[in-house]
Ligand binder design. Structure first.
Ligand code: ADP
Ligand code: MG
Length: 615
């Protein structure tokens, strides 16, 4: 006898629920999305015991009549699509017609709904798939759905739920995603022109846990205010901590709030990507964000980014994932390149100098070696405020570090960067402290510059520019420097001949297992050729396996810049400092060293006045 049976409908729903309803937060998401699709202007989400006991979502949307309320909880019922052609351009958050049926198969549900033009409301009750009839009742217009005791007949799944605190934090996360997504769609100034539906619609949102209000968000808030309320730990309101990027090209509207490197995090939890109001995850877009911040962040830090993309619904498929968290772009390359260009351009054209956070009243300065060094540096500066005058007569002409004049000039000619230093010419004042940091007065305060980090960035940018257009200039060594190499390393040299040539390093075999360096890049004049070449070969030897030539070149340039840059502890003459400050103004991303660490920390005079209680 055959073993196969046809599952009954409730079993089918329960199985479907496994995909859509993972935990209370998934229910909150589905119900909120339904309320938004119903045109609500007010949604109140109330949960108890992390949503395990109760989840209720009330809205003032279009409601349902008696017939619809009965149908809504049947499997595969929806008012959002009718024909297969509708699948091509889905503008609503829902369309699969699965959520209510799935939820109702694994919990106790009571739904009350009234359409605005009816005087009477109706309700239905469902207990794990067992439906009551629809009965009239009295209620305001809109829809309220209560979900009690999720998974109570499925002990295995119920056991999987975490503590109330953990489930609540998942709920807060889903609430946040829906809230922010809607914000973009609804703001006429920001929204994509294709989406006329929600434009200009204000949505008030409230989240209550165990009777206590967690959020009450007014629909009239600005995006920054809203982010500020949802993430109290992020300085979203501060324009210097969050910059705005926007572009509208080739059918793609992009708006982003970009956290400056100073507000970066140790995980990518604070990267929110929305597509036409829907929170999505997308590897391509995440990669574009990472690329946009390349060189501006230390490798183990993640930027805080709120990215809103608007594009025609026909240009992607949302029907690829049960919870619709992933979509398939028909032209993923276009999305990637537009996002990268929009973000990168904005980041590079913005002065990202780290703004010093002076200790707040009574609180000790944040601990940490670097912070302490900076605090000491300020104290030192204030104590011996003995500004060295610029253009000092007889300043030593000798330079300990390679000139970057040529690079700077080239930057100006090609128009790739603007001066960003803000250091006024007439009253330029600076001082070097501990032979490592430069304190320089600016128009509205002063900056502390890490001389090595800044110089490294300047040289790095120069090298990059030169390499991208040809090879580095090289200089013949008076006496060739020879060194011995093992068999394996000879292969490394041979395999990277092109790279050596680009760098301006000339080497010739000089007897068995010996090579001689004959020419060396003039820009690295103060670097010992032998040390450099040895380290370079080591680096190449470690990396030969890696296929990414671009990354390898970057590492090589990083190494060269690091070796050529002035070191911490190196005394600089006034003219050298002046040169460094001038070059800073011409560098593209002078605020970060090539490894992403800050080069400059700025202090505003108003902060100082506050600290000294002058205001
Ligand atoms: P989907 O959202 O994919 O259409 P659901 O199972 O979530 O599927 O909902 C089924 C239908 O119930 C919706 O298409 C909609 O017509 C109706 N509905 C659900 N929630 C609401 C609501 N809050 N207000 C009005 N109608 C609703
Ligand atoms: Mg739905």
């Amino acid at each position: 006898m055959g073993q196969i049976i046809v599952l009954d409908q409730n079993m089918i729903n329960m199985i479907a629920a496994g995909e859509v309803v993972e935990r209370p937060a998934s229910v909150v998401k589905e119900l909120m999305e339904n309320s938004i699709d119903a045109g609500a202007t007010k949604i109140t989400v109330s949960v108890e015991d992390g949503g395990r006991k109760l989840i209720s979502v009330a809205d003032d949307g279009c409601g349902m009549d008696a017939e619809d309320i009965a149908k809504a909880f049947e499997p595969h019922t929806t008012s959002k699509i009718k024909t297969s052609a509708d699948l091509q351009g889905i503008s609503t958050l829902g369309f699969r017609g699965e959520a209510l049926a799935s939820i109702a198969s694994v919990a106790q549900v009571r739904a009350v709904s009234r359409t605005p033009d009816s005087t009477q409301a109706n309700y239905i009750e469902i207990d794990c798939g067992n439906k009551s009839g629809v009965s009239p009742c009295s209620a305001d217009f809109g829809t309220t759905i209560h979900i009690r005791d999720l998974f109570y007949k499925l002990p295995a799944r119920r056991k999987f739920l975490k503590t109330a605190n953990t489930e609540t934090s998942h709920i807060v996360e889903q609430f946040t995603r829906v809230v922010l997504g809607f914000y973009f769609v609804s703001d006429p100034a920001l929204h994509n022109k294709q989406q006329q539906g929600a434009a200009g619609r204000n949505l008030d949102l409230t989240l209550i846990h165990n009777g206590r209000e967690i959020y009450r968000l007014s629909g009239k808030q600005s995006l920054r205010q809203r982010i500020g309320e949802l993430f109290p730990m992020l300085p979203a309101g501060a324009s210097e901590d969050f910059i705005e990027a926007e572009s509208s090209e080739r059918g793609l509207h992009i708006f982003a709030l970009l956290g400056t490197p100073g507000v970066s995090r140790t995980s990518n939890k604070f990267q929110y990507i929305f597509l036409n109001g829907r929170f999505i995850r997308d590897k391509f877009i995440s990669h574009a964000i990472k690329e946009a911040y390349r060189g501006l962040l230390e490798p183990d830090r993640f930027p805080v980014v709120f990215l809103f993309i608007g594009m025609p619904y026909e240009d992607y498929d949302v029907n690829v994932h049960p919870t619709k968290i992933e979509v398939r772009f028909y032209n993923a390359n276009l999305v990637y390149s537009q996002v990268l260009a929009c973000l990168r351009e904005k980041l590079l054209s913005t002065n990202l100098e780290t703004h010093a956070k002076l200790p707040a009243k009574e609180t000790p300065p944040a601990a940490g070696h670097r912070d302490q060094r900076i605090t000491d540096a300020i104290a030192e500066f204030l104590k011996r405020h003995r500004p060295a005058q610029a253009r000092q007569a007889g300043a030593s002409p000798e330079r300990h570090y390679p000139a970057v004049h040529a690079g700077a000039r080239q930057a100006v000619e090609s128009g790739v960067s603007q001066p960003v230093s803000g250091i006024g010419d007439e009253q330029r004042r600076f001082i070097q402290i501990h032979d490592s940091f430069i304190v320089a007065q600016t128009d509205d305060g002063f900056v502390i510059i890490d001389q090595h980090a800044l110089h490294e960035r300047i040289i790095y940018e120069y090298l990059r520019r030169r390499i991208s257009t040809g090879s580095l200039e090289s200089q013949k060594l008076l006496i060739p420097e020879s060194f011995e190499i093992s068999e394996g390393l000879a292969d490394v040299i041979e395999g990277n001949a092109e790279l050596f040539e680009k760098l301006g390093i000339e080497m010739v075999p000089f007897g068995p297992r010996t090579m001689a360096i004959q020419a060396f890049p003039s820009l690295l004049a103060n670097v010992a050729p032998l040390d450099f070449v040895r380290d370079l070969i080591d680096l190449l030897d470690r990396k030969v396996a890696g296929p990414d030539a671009e990354k390898l070149l970057e590492e090589v340039l990083n190494m060269a810049a690091c070796k050529a840059a002035v070191k911490a502890g190196q005394k600089l003459s006034d003219s050298e400092i002046e040169q460094l400050l001038a070059d800073k103004g011409l560098a593209e991303s002078a605020s970060r060293c090539p490894h992403g660490r800050p080069t400059t920390i700025k202090f505003s005079i108003s902060d100082l006045e506050k600290q000294f209680k002058r205001t």
